[in-house]
Design a protein around this ligand. Structure first.
Ligand code: NAD
Ligand code: WQD
Length: 335
């Protein structure tokens, strides 16, 4: 099994589930946002270490070497740049890594005779479509270059499946993955100032930052703050093991949302995190963040019915596990 981006947040949690399910795992990662230490932690939890190949997925020769060196039957493709704000500053870099990297990886996989791929897509491709609950047929409306790059990858994979009969692919549209491994060994360790809400809340609760800014108090939601579908990263990781069991089920690209179907506002999330951390989390309501939408909540009927995948963990557990990782790793993976 080749896992690109396996040293990152979702990739490392998925490595644990894969190894525990009996897969041999090779990770390709350039460590630009991931951490080699995360793979040591994977070994500590799962009892076997993934093999790490430090390489850039846009490097075709390196990809050929890696496919040649290992026996690989499928690819789970996480490696990407994912910061929405940064994507508006350097859009072409985002297309280079996310779209170019996916094309390079798929071509190398084909040359090596590997025909199964599971791709990391994102709820951000729905954008502000206004639908109350988003199923996989909802119209897409990406609002930034990052989201466009993910939609472009889906279209590329879908077209490749149409014209290569032997290709089997699944695109998983994650909603907002948060939480951490319950062991406290693996979690989200962003380089620099966190851009996502949960690592920020964790650092405020830990006293590393003064207060959290709640971006927007005038959304058309019950408490005025924006609503998202937060889903435990271990549930997302489990979704990949399930996806592998179903990748041969049908021709063409399968498309599934991975979320809980439960909407939570930023203010509700702050309250839940404060309860998990047993302390107050000071906040200020500020202007909306450019590019944000009022509400993104998954309809997950299709994946529940097709695969029986359902999330196991609720918001309180997501907050408990994120907080545990923060407490046990105050400086992230730099012990
Ligand atoms: P992450 O930044 O923690 O992980 C990405 C990993 O890919 C990192 O380890 C990084 O070093 C590696 N990488 C980046 N560019 C690379 C390249 N050119 N070559 C090799 N490796 C490279 O992010 P994550 O949250 O774990 O996200 C994983 C995937 O899930 C991404 O594709 C992301 O777009 C997607 N996704 C994430 C979220 C989320 O909120 N975290 C939501 C939806 C989709
Ligand atoms: C969540 C909510 C913010 C920080 C992003 C990507 C999406 C997917 C998941 C990759 C929003 C608010 C945030 C803060 C805040 N990733 N917020 N104060 O923007 O929903 O989704 O990650 O695919 O594509 O867009 O996640 O964690 O940044 O924000 O009030 O300091 O928290 O406005 O409503 P987002 P997030």
């Amino acid at each position: 099994m080749l896992v690109t981006g396996g040293a990152g947040f979702i990739g490392s949690h998925t490595c644990v589930e894969l190894i525990e399910a009996g897969h041999d795992v090779i990770v390709v990662d350039d460590l630009s946002t991931g951490h080699a230490q995360a793979l040591d932690r994977v070994a500590e939890i799962a009892g076997a270490a993934p093999v790490l190949e430090v390489a850039d997925i846009t490097d075709a020769a390196a990809m050929d070497t890696i496919f040649g060196r290992h026996r690989i039957d499928a690819v789970i493709h996480f490696a990407a740049r994912k910061a929405v704000g940064e994507s508006t500053e350097i859009p072409l870099d985002y297309f280079h890594t996310n779209v170019g990297g996916t094309a390079t990886l798929l071509a190398a996989a084909r040359r090596a005779g590997v025909h199964r791929i599971v791709f990391s897509s994102s709820c951000s491709i729905y954008g502000a479509t206004g639908a109350d609950d988003l199923d996989e047929t909802a119209p897409t409306a990406p609002a930034n270059p990052y989201a466009w790059s993910k939609l472009a990858c889906e279209q590329m994979i879908e077209q490749a499946c149409r014209h290569h009969d032997d290709l089997r692919a699944i695109s998983l549209r994650y909603f907002n993955p948060i939480g951490a491994h319950p062991s406290g060994l693996l979690g989200e360790d962003p380089h620099g100032t966190p851009r996502n809400i949960v690592p920020y809340l964790a650092q405020v609760a830990a006293g590393k930052r003064g207060r959290v800014q709640v971006f927007g108090g005038d959304y058309p939601t019950p408490d005025g703050s924006a609503i998202r579908d937060y889903v435990h990263v271990v549930d997302i990781a489990r979704g990949h093991v399930t996806a592998l069991e179903h990748v041969d089920d049908q021709h063409g690209m399968q498309l599934h949302n991975l979320g809980t179907g439960q909407g939570t506002s930023v203010l509700e999330l702050r309250t839940a995190f404060a309860a998990a951390a047993e302390r107050d989390i000071p906040f200020t309501v500020t202007d909306r963040r450019p590019g944000d939408v009022p509400r993104l909540v998954a309809n997950t009927d299709v994946v529940r019915l097709a695969w029986g995948w359902t999330p196991k963990y609720d918001l309180a557990i997501m907050c408990r596990d994120s907080w545990r990782f923060q407490q046990l790793n105050p400086d992230g993976y730099r012990r």
